[in-house]
Design a protein around this ligand. Structure first.
Ligand SMILES: Cc1ncc(COP(=O)(O)O)c(C=O)c1O
Length: 415
């Protein structure tokens, strides 16, 4: 691929024109986490096409994609095996009067793959299944309070939206907040709400946007399991973001911890819209009583995509390659920062890394750095963790490191 001239600012005439048109007919032009206004001026907004580990914006600029569409792209854009499964299912039916064979096959595959899972239910988004998990915990225990880690993201519905516009105090009345990796704070909340804690929801690891990431302390994971068992509460692991990027099972299997429920979405269907809630037998009777549905929840195409995605992960060395490429990237970034005498922290699992400058205000340096990287043909985010995919090659990572090194040099020259 071509590297842009280091100091050039990429121009986006088509993207800018689309933004102006959108601003007239969409509130704010674009909403939510994909809004490029949250990035540097001139960041790509509209995507024209994507293939493998690369994408092209509407103005024709090519980027190595280190965000993987914020997680869903596990095997690279338009992976031929997934696309073939999609085309086969689409040629029969997608949205029907009932589910397709893929519904049963996917539930079988997930329950065979994820150790704690005896059953599966499907929806569209991560928010659907984290919310369903919370409802199930309450219905199962007949208690009210859900313990949530402070700052954790579990979706954009009223109970969990980081923004409070339009949210009622009553929407969050029965939530209490603990500190991730701090078991004592969870114990205190169990004591404070004695007899009324329905469940604890916890991310695979701490990946709150804008902050350094924090890996899970195995003792914290095991302690949470014990506290939930002691107090008859439901343990929910939110694997929406990390699912299948750390291991082929639930992310907490490495700690020998089996949650009662786990929530999945993002990477499980290589970009096709599906969420899954997996549960243990103890919760099965309750899961049968909750009315959970949506017009598109049973659609066959995303289920066919999920089957192909998961089989690819299990039948190939994709996960190992993802770890190798991630190690190459993270090692390279740390060496470059040291070489340029810049204080940065690279945190999180190597398959989902995040880089942030240590001494900065409002992410100013990290954002400038990410903008410089984008000028050179790689897309990383200054406020959110990035994602490796099985499609990233050693050449891709070398090209990314070429861009990041030049970006570090530019920043170092201005300090
Ligand atoms: C850990 C976690 N849970 C839940 C969600 C919500 O998923 P969705 O955006 O598909 O509703 C996200 C989305 O980023 C997430 O990262």
């Amino acid at each position: 691929m071509q590297f842009a001239t280091p100091t050039a600012t990429l121009s986006h005439p088509i993207g800018e024109s689309l933004k102006s048109r959108a601003a007239r007919v969409v509130p704010g032009g674009i909403y939510g986490h994909l809004d490029s206004a949250l990035l540097w001026k001139g960041a790509p907004q509209f995507v024209k096409h994507a293939q493998g580990s690369h994408f092209w914006d509407v103005d024709g600029h090519e980027y190595i994609d280190m965000m993987c569409s914020w997680g869903p792209i596990l095997h690279g854009h338009r992976h031929p095996v997934v696309e073939e499964a999609v085309a086969r299912q689409a040629a029969m039916v997608d949205c029907g009067n009932g589910p397709t064979e893929a519904f049963v096959e996917l539930a079988e595959l997930l329950t065979d793959t994820v150790a704690h899972a005896d059953w599966a239910m499907f929806a569209k988004n991560g928010s659907d299944v984290t919310t369903l998990a919370v409802s199930l915990a309450r219905a199962h225990t007949r208690k009210r309070v859900i313990l949530v880690a402070e700052g954790a993201y579990h979706g954009a519905l009223p109970w969990c939206n980081p923004n409070t516009a339009g949210v009622l105090t009553s929407d969050r009345e029965y939530l209490a907040y603990y500190t991730f990796n701090d078991l004592a704070t969870v114990g205190e909340l169990f004591a404070e709400h004695r007899g009324d804690v329905a469940g604890v929801i916890v991310s695979a690891f701490r990946h709150d946007a804008s902050y350094d990431q924090e890996l899970t302390d195995p003792a914290f994971a095991r302690g949470l399991r014990l506290l939930c068992d002691t107090h008859d509460a439901v343990l929910i692991v939110d694997d929406v973001r990390a699912g299948f990027r750390l291991t082929t099972g639930c992310s907490w299997e490495e700690f020998d911890v089996r949650p009662d429920l786990s929530a999945w979405s993002k990477g499980i269907a290589n970009g096709y819209p599906i969420g899954a809630l997996l549960g243990s037998d103890a919760l099965r009777p309750t899961a049968q009583t909750v009315f959970a549905t949506g017009s598109f929840w049973m659609a066959g195409v995303p289920m066919a995509a999920a089957i192909a995605t998961l089989n690819l992960l299990k039948d190939t060395d994709g996960l190992t390659r993802m770890y190798e490429r991630g190690t190459q990237l993270v090692g390279g970034l740390r060496a470059q920062a040291a070489h340029h005498q810049l204080a940065v922290r690279v945190t999180g699992p190597v398959t989902m890394p995040y880089l942030k400058f240590i001494d900065e205000e409002h992410h100013a340096l990290t954002e400038r750095w990410a903008a410089e990287v984008a000028q050179r043909g790689a897309f990383v985010h200054p406020r959110h963790n990035w994602f490796l995919s099985t499609a990233h090659t050693t050449d891709d990572i070398e090209a990314v490191l070429h861009a990041t090194d030049a970006a570090f040099a530019t920043i170092a020259a201005t300090l």
